[in-house]
Write a protein that binds this ligand. Structure first.
Ligand SMILES: Nc1ncnc2c1ncn2[C@@H]1O[C@H](COP(=O)(O)OP(=O)(O)OP(=O)(O)O)[C@@H](O)[C@H]1O
Length: 277
């Protein structure tokens, strides 16, 4: 069932932050990539029912969020990690996640406590669950917010940059944390995370979805258009110095160039460059 958006638009003043976007995520992890200000958070906020669209429609877990009764049903079944989770510094992780569980109408106190413990252990916070949030590190706070999103085993997770601030160990753990959720829509700036986590990827530029496909298909956009050389090439759309000391170029390779296998980064950068002219 997952999530489906049909020509969804959200404006702030005269600016369309999300512009007639149609997108579906039905099963597995779908990654949303795009530069700063592309509209990813705005789109995710609509997917999480925090923000209503100006036009277009959404179907979330087979329900219509514009209908109040269905909206309540959606919110019980959905987990959301916002970009800047508003955690109460005076709360402990346990109290905060418990509070979120209460809001999600987990009314049986004993069962709720078991569930809160489960999600805090899942994100590796068992040792600090009774310490005040203001005393935790940034990465730990991010994991408190992640635990809150996971409480009650949601059918749909909407995660805004979930790996933000996580160390490599915790990033690895994220993958198994998400494996149990039927549908996940997440945004990220980390392209290697997309290849590690996502079955589908969507690229957003200036409020529009300009690509949807598998990570391999995104990399393939740059097939035959990446070459390496000792020197910078002024003809290239983009050139950068690699850690090996050679230049990697994107664009139309000159004759005789050493064309190399494209990566996901190459596909994404080429797309972003093309769309911007
Ligand atoms: N509440 C708001 N009021 C006015 N403009 C907003 C608001 N929220 C977002 N915007 C604007 O909408 C556009 C899209 O913002 P959004 O936060 O969705 O982008 P993003 O892709 O998530 O960016 P980032 O990668 O930097 O998090 C930006 O131009 C932003 O300034």
């Amino acid at each position: 069932m997952g999530l489906s958006l049909d020509h969804v638009t959200k404006r702030f003043g005269a600016h369309s932050a999300v512009d007639a976007v149609s997108l579906s995520a039905a099963g597995g992890i779908v990654g949303l990539l795009g530069p700063n200000g592309a509209g990813k958070s705005t789109l995710l906020r609509m997917a999480a029912t925090v923000l209503a669209p100006d036009s277009g429609s959404l179907s979330i877990l087979g329900r219509d969020p514009a209908d109040h009764r269905q909206l309540v049903e959606i919110r019980r079944r959905l987990g959301y990690l916002p970009q800047n989770p508003g955690l109460y510094g005076g709360f402990t992780p346990f109290d905060f996640v418990d509070y979120v569980a209460v809001l999600k109408e987990h009314t049986d106190a004993a069962r709720r406590r078991v569930e809160v413990r489960r999600v805090l252990e899942a994100v590796g916070l068992e040792d600090v669950m009774h310490r005040r949030i203001r005393r935790l590190s940034g990465g730990m706070r991010q994991r408190v917010a992640l635990a809150a999103a996971l409480v009650g085993r949601p059918e749909l997770l909407v995660l805004d940059e979930p790996a933000n601030g996580l160390d490599p160990d915790q990033r690895l753990r994220l993958r198994s944390l998400l494996a149990d959720t039927p549908t996940v829509l997440l945004s990220t700036h980390n392209i290697s995370e997309v290849s590690a986590l996502c079955r589908q990827v969507a690229v957003m530029l200036e409020g529009r979805i300009v690509f949807t496909g598998t990570p391999a298909e995104l990399a393939d956009l740059a097939a035959g258009r990446v070459w390496e050389d000792e020197r910078q090439d002024p003809q290239a759309l983009r050139s950068w110095l690699t850690s090996a000391g050679s230049y990697r170029h994107l664009g139309e390779p000159p004759s005789g160039a050493t064309v190399v296998e494209p990566t996901l980064d190459d596909g994404y950068l080429l797309l972003a460059r093309r769309e911007h002219g």
